[in-house]
Design a protein around this ligand. Sequence first.
Ligand code: PHE
Length: 454
Amino acid sequence: MNLNETKARDQWGSKIGFILAAAGSAVGLGNIWKFPYMAGTNGGGAFVLLYFGLLIIVGFTLMMAELTIGRHTQLSAVSAFKKIKSKWAWVGAIGVLAGFLILSFYSIIGGWVIRYLISALSGSFNTTDAASLGGIFEGFIMSPVQPLLYHAIFMALTLGIVLGGVKGGIEKYSKILMPGLFIMMIVIMIRSLTLPGAMEGVKFMLVPDFSKINGTVFLAALGQVFFSLSLGMGTMITYGSYLSKDENLVNSSFQIPLLDTAIALVAGLAVLPAVFAFGFDPAGGPGLLFVTLPAVFASMPLGSIFGIVFFLLVLFAALTSSISMLEVVVAYVVDEKGWDRKKASFVFGAIIFLVGIPSSLGLGVWSDFTLIKDLDILDSVSFIAENVLLPLGGMFLCIFIGWVWGLDKAFKEVTNDGKIKFGLMHVWGFLVKYIAPAAIFIVFVQGILALIRG
Ligand code: PHE
């Protein structure tokens, strides 16, 4: 039994506690692993430009929207919708499903990080040769058993933290480890940027080639905004529910996306210049981080130590995200189905682990099997979750606030009953009610049509 259920709702001990937890959820593999490779496969600058556009129109808007609903209801995702209008609980349920699916493959990538941490510890980052680094990576992810063992370890760590009730403790560590990660990435970025040939990569990432923009790239950028900011699945509703009524929602809604984006950009500028300097393929896909950075470490003084610290910090960042996903699922079965917290964590931790197995096998022994078009299992699950469920969840959340709950009530909550000055309040209202849902809808439909047409 969780004592917190019988007490008044827990609140963040300090403002920084909340920011760190929410930023901990947002900053993770999405920024460090996914952003560079998505930029790489989707035309570089074109993707980054769309990412920024959608971040401004959809990202900030939804961050504020989710935190507002959460703080207003003081409830987790599904229950929050229920409390305002019970007919809308299914929007929360879309989020729970998304969290379930995302964690199933997130944990596999988290496992890769553990594997690379171990390689770093055993001092095996000593080559900058693209072919051999690529070979090591492929050999590992394609093998049937090893990645599953690491997947199990990552899931066990996530479960352990959620079960052990040590989340608060983990959040305290964030205070040191998150800035640590940031500084570490800046150092790696500087090394990358000073490699011969690095400027090609900077150009690739920052100068958009407009001919690369199409429905597929648009939807990929939209999915990345949702994934990277932990939006569309109720995570930020849940975190907002722990906020006290005199906290400034407006500032948080800007700070979290800015921090998240800063880390993604630094990660991009750490990886992509090195990709060009060492002759890797920018469109190399999910392996990009894992093949490129070992080459960077090999070309740095004390590189092996950097490798160890880097993968350790990435693992920590991944865990502060994965616990927030498991929380969404667990909170749902506890709040809505009346399950015991321990049982819910165990059962769903195990189920999510099992559901993740095909995604891993699909990279090797089951690679002939495709679910959607020519996408392997992992990419298909990630497409459904990030490019379908999260955007739809976000779109319905906007419609819910703008048209069901009502902007007046949202404005009251955002400004703490008029106590906080928020100059852009009506701009935000307009974005929530009209622009963001319309933008999501158009990008979503274009992306799906592009997929169907092939
Ligand atoms: N935002 C996290 C990351 O970038 C992933 C995440 C998505 C976490 C959705 C919670 C909810 O790694």
